[in-house]
Design a protein around this ligand. Structure first.
Ligand code: AMO
Length: 435
């Protein structure tokens, strides 16, 4: 009796049995009287041993990445990787490549530059080390969903073509929409806020677009935003508390769901402290002035170098790889931001720094219609382009807030990637629109 297809990592459960495997030819090694085929499937690798001279001659013709069906017998062999191998195989070619990969996918380290990897992504991502970050990203999103589902959030899917910018106009892509002008969504900001009026608690995972002119290792023109928004908050601290639980859930899900990928990349999973330390923007600037010899006071934002400095400080001071910076100046935050009561030039907003990088932005929002009109007027903006946005606030919105986490940045910080393009399947940036 022949079982259906089994996976490469399941051999030990089928010792002595006839099985069928399907996958790609990862590697081939021929000795005088024996050939080894290493088959790769979604689970991992399996060794197939060919001894029959005719089968050896046929195996000799197979190119890397040929898609194979292999029927054979599982045999114990302490020398085989994993202790088992497939012997007496009948090898059938299911699909023959017409081109070779740009480098050998079986080499443990990747002998190629980032542009080469990205140019040939459909095949280079098959390399176990290049695939691993994406398995970690998938587990992270599963953890994000699980954490929020458990807390009464509803998943939403909102338009990616919109009529106005939400995150400041500078970095928005304009597109032709049936002869009129439209924009690619920079964030689901407006829609997630409106849906607080419907579901109270919502989240979305999806693409967002930034006409990002910076050619940096941490900016993409399209990235995956993990967004959440919740109603009936006292202030931004309620949002930060939910975010802490989401981070713990994501970390746990990566540990469970992407175990092999973590082991392969030697991922050091963070400990999410019971209370993530926080520092007010003004105190952060004082600290930078005191300890670095630079004086950022008066600047409306933190520089990347200052974010790295603050991360190191939090690690030293609190043993935490996460740090909340709260109270950013209103001048640097979008119009929907809620001011800090009593200090109106600052805001009830936060950034979360993780291992030296801004990972999340969030805060409390304005919720009264009149406050929106006043906020736009203060910025010298007319309310008309925002009529659709403002509609929700005419019908009673609770105090609310939310956050957005950049998935590629999270995965990059977990895996130690030097560039978020390594944690993006098909990056889109200033220079890249293909593959
Ligand atoms: P913000 O614009 O700060 O906030 O974006 C939130 C998070 O998204 C990630 N991010 C990026 N990742 C890759 N490439 C980019 N070009 C890029 N830009 C941003 C970062 C950042 O922390 N609507 C608000 C969120 C909110 O308040 O809910 C927003 O979009 O990890």
């Amino acid at each position: 009796e022949r079982p259906d297809r089994i996976l490469a990592t399941e051999l030990s459960r089928y010792a002595g049995k006839d099985v069928v495997l399907q996958g790609w030819l990862h590697r081939k090694r021929a000795l005088k009287s024996v050939a080894f085929l290493i088959l790769r499937d979604r689970s991992g690798l399996a060794q197939v041993v060919v001894r029959d001279p005719r089968a050896m001659a046929e195996a000799d013709l197979l190119g890397a990445e040929t898609v194979l069906r292999i029927a054979g017998t599982v045999t114990e062999n302490p020398q085989a990787p994993g202790g088992f191998e497939v012997t007496s195989p009948v090898v059938t070619t299911l699909s023959e490549p017409v081109a070779a990969p740009p480098f050998d996918l079986y080499r443990p380290t990747v002998p190629a530059t980032l542009p080469t990897i990205l140019d040939h992504a459909p095949v280079t991502l098959r390399h176990p080390r290049l695939r691993a970050p994406h398995a970690i990203a998938a587990a992270s999103v599963a953890g994000f969903r699980r954490a929020l589902d458990a807390r009464g959030f509803t998943e939403i899917h909102t338009p990616k073509v919109v009529a106005s910018a939400t995150e400041s106009g500078a970095d928005v892509f304009a597109i032709d929409w049936f002869g009129g002008e439209a924009y690619l969504a920079q964030s689901p900001q407006f829609f997630k806020q409106a849906m607080v009026g419907v579901f109270e608690r919502v989240y979305e995972t999806g693409p967002v677009f930034r006409a990002e002119p910076h050619d940096t290792a941490r900016h993409l023109a399209q990235y995956t935003s993990l967004d959440a928004e919740l109603g009936f908050v006292a202030d931004h601290r309620d949002v930060m508390a939910v975010l802490r639980e989401v981070l713990a859930g994501m970390t746990e899900a990566v540990g469970e769901g992407a175990l092999d990928a973590c082991a392969l990349l030697e991922v050091d999973l963070p400990r999410v402290p019971e209370r993530i330390p926080e520092i007010h923007f003004t105190d952060a600037q004082e600290l930078i002035a005191r300890d670095t010899g630079e004086d950022p006071r008066g600047e409306p934002d933190l520089s990347p170098a200052h974010e790295r400095f603050l991360s190191r400080w939090a690690l030293r001071e609190y043993g935490s790889e996460f740090l909340f910076v709260t109270g950013y100046p209103m001048a640097k935050r979008p119009f929907y931001t809620h001011p800090e009561p009593g200090r109106e030039e600052y805001s009830n907003s936060f950034d979360l720094l993780f291992r030296g990088l801004e990972l999340v932005t969030g805060g409390q929002r304005l919720h009264r219609y009149d406050d929106y009109l006043a906020a736009l007027a203060r910025r010298g903006e007319a309310p008309e382009p925002y009529a659709g946005y403002l509609a929700a606030f005419r019908h009673g919105m609770p105090p609310h807030g939310g956050f957005a986490l950049g998935l590629e940045r999270w995965t990059a910080r977990l895996t130690g990637a030097d560039n978020i393009r390594r944690t993006t399947l098909f990056p889109r940036d200033l220079h890249r629109l293909t593959p």
